[in-house]
Structure formats: structure tokens, C-alpha cells
Design a protein around this ligand. Structure first.
Ligand SMILES: Cc1cc2nc3c(=O)[nH]c(=O)nc-3n(C[C@H](O)[C@H](O)[C@H](O)COP(=O)(O)O)c2cc1C
Length: 284
């Protein structure tokens, strides 16, 4: 998109990638991402991908990519991950569908083993996560899915926002949403860390499980407590998220799955084979 700040064909122009999670043309996700771009004062180009238009196939669970082999799926995952790698910053927006993010994000996340090939390059790229919902208080678990997507790519989440707008493209008719877009434009390339006032004190995710007296974050799986004033107390780091070196320790553990399976194969088959012919598979 050409705007007053864009500087096409200049070497210094930043590349911003807008990942539009809605199939609606000129819907709220698209319009809001474009408005943020227009308000960003740093010279840049805005490149857009309409995620639901991508061909993203299901993971075969073959562990090929974990072992360093190419993925047998020939689809648009490489295009998507290369596009993120080549960008300086990422704006991600999803419509809330049935109390969650658009399913395209889960399809991409199911292929997340491929992220390991990119995290050295995607680490710390600033991103903003936008959940757009239509009915008061019905954004469901959408923020958790976008945060999972960004966190496993080691992106630097500058802010995760939930914005209400129902009718296609109406989002900027509310001046508060225009102001929010401007504020987000100001933080994308700034060094300022936006501290979340609520949610997990480790990673900021606001979808938590409650187990007895403690909260367990559904993203980083850290444990924390909260007092009557809303102060949050860290108890235990879940150890899941971190910089690429840290994430790669999990990849190494996953690589070991092959040997662990081979070692236990006979015992596993003894238990699973008796179920081979139970039930009847039906197809459409
Ligand atoms: C299939 C479908 C399911 C939806 N489910 C929810 C929902 O669970 N909660 C909600 O607040 N809005 C829901 N909405 C409303 C959308 O989130 C809202 O219209 C949003 O602005 C769509 O963004 P878009 O214009 O970028 O597509 C749903 C819309 C559709 C089409």
C-alpha cells in the first residue's frame, strides 16, 4: 500500500508484513493493519498476506523436519516463513471465530516444527497482535493463539490488543480505534517495553488455567498467584519460551523421540496392535 510514509524502492525503507487472518476483503483486520501502517512514521513498505488464502496442509507428524529433512508437504509454509524472515516487523490480525482465532493460525501452528529452521532469523522482530471480535466480551481464547504463534517464532510481542468491531470494515468509525491504531504505530519500532497489567507475569498471556489456588499460564506454563489487590506473584517459570538457544534445546529433545520410539517399539506394538482392527472407518 502506498501511503505518505512509504518510500518504495529505497534501500532504507523498512519492510512491514501484515498478516491478515480474515477472508473478508476490506474487513476490519485488513483496514486496521493498513491504518497502523499509515500512522507509522518510519519510512516503510507494507506487504500483505491474506492467510486464509494460503494453502497450508496438515502436519504428517513424520518428524522429518525435526531430523533436518525437507517437509513432505509442498504448500505455502515456506512462503509464509520466508516472508516473515525477510520482514523488519510484523502486524498480525485475526477475526474471532467461535471464541478463537481464525483456524488458519492453528493450521500454521500445527506445522510449527518448521519454525525451528527460522527462529535465528525471526528472533526479536517486533510484532503487534490484534484480535478483532464482534460481540462484547466474546473474544474467547483468540489472544492465546496469536501469542503462541508469535512466541514460538521468537518474535518480540510489543502489544497484544483486543478490539471490538463487528460489521465488515467498520473498525475506524469508532475514534477510540483510530487512536489505538496510532498508539500501536508509535510502539512498533520503539524500544519501550509495554508491560501487561494483567495475565501471566512471565509472558503476558491472559488465558490461564486455575489449579487449586494457583494460576497456570496456557502459553508459557508458568505458575503464579494473585492477591486481592490484583498483584501477581511469580512462583515457577514454565521453561517453555525463550531465545533461539533455549527453544533449540526442545528441538534436540524432540530429535531424541526417534531413538526413544525405536527402543520401546516392541513393547509399544504389543500394546497397540490388538486395537488394529477394532471399529470401522467411515468416509464421506
Ligand atoms: C463464523 C464467524 C464466527 C464469529 N464468532 C465470533 C465470536 O465467537 N465472538 C465474537 O465476538 N465475534 C465473532 N464473530 C464476529 C467477527 O469476529 C467480527 O465480525 C470481526 O469484525 C470480523 O473481522 P473481519 O471484518 O476482519 O473479518 C464471528 C464472525 C464469523 C463470520
Amino acid at each position: 500500500m502506498e501511503n505518505k510514509n512509504s518510500a518504495r524502492n529505497t534501500q532504507h525503507s523498512k519492510q512491514i508484513l501484515g498478516l491478515v487472518g480474515s477472508p473478508r476483503k476490506l474487513g476490519n483486520c485488513e483496514v486496521f493493519i493498513k491504518e497502523i501502517s499509515i500512522k507509522i512514521e518510519v519510512p516503510h513498505e507494507l506487504n500483505l498476506i491474506r492467510l486464509p488464502s494460503l494453502n497450508i496442509l496438515p502436519c504428517h507428524a513424520c518428524y522429518g523436519c525435526i531430523m533436518g529433512n525437507p517437509c513432505p508437504n509442498k504448500d505455502d509454509m515456506d512462503f509464509l516463513l520466508e516472508s516473515i524472515k525477510e520482514s523488519d516487523a510484523i502486524l498480525v490480525a485475526t477475526p474471532v471465530y467461535y471464541l478463537g482465532a481464525h483456524s488458519i493460525f492453528k493450521r500454521i501452528l500445527d506445522r510449527g516444527f518448521l519454525f525451528y529452521n527460522y527462529i535465528e532469523k525471526t528472533y526479536n522482530k517486533p510484532c503487534i497482535l490484534i484480535n478483532i471480535y464482534g460481540i462484547e466480551d466474546r473474544m474467547g481464547v483468540s489472544p492465546q493463539t496469536l501469542m503462541t504463534f508469535a512466541s514460538f517464532l521468537c518474535l518480540n510481542i510489543k502489544e497484544s490488543v483486543n478490539i471490538k468491531a463487528a460489521l465488515p470494515g467498520e473498525i475506524l468509525m469508532d475514534t477510540r480505534n483510530r487512536q489505538k491504531a496510532e498508539a500501536l504505530a508509535g510502539i512498533l519500532f520503539s524500544d519501550k517495553e509495554v508491560k501487561s497489567e494483567s495475565g501471566c507475569p512471565y509472558c503476558g498471556c491472559d488465558i490461564v488455567r486455575i489449579e487449586k489456588e494457583r494460576f497456570i499460564c496456557t502459553l508459557c506454563h508458568s505458575h503464579f498467584l494473585m492477591d486481592n489487590q490484583g498483584n501477581r506473584f511469580k512462583i515457577k517459570d514454565g521453561g517453555i519460551l525463550g531465545p533461539p538457544e533455549h527453544m533449540n534445546t526442545h528441538r534436540e529433545w524432540l530429535k531424541g523421540m526417534k531413538d526413544r520410539f525405536l527402543q520401546k517399539r516392541k513393547e509399544i506394538f504389543k500394546n497397540s496392535i490388538p486395537y488394529k482392527d477394532a471399529g470401522k472407518w467411515i468416509e464421506p
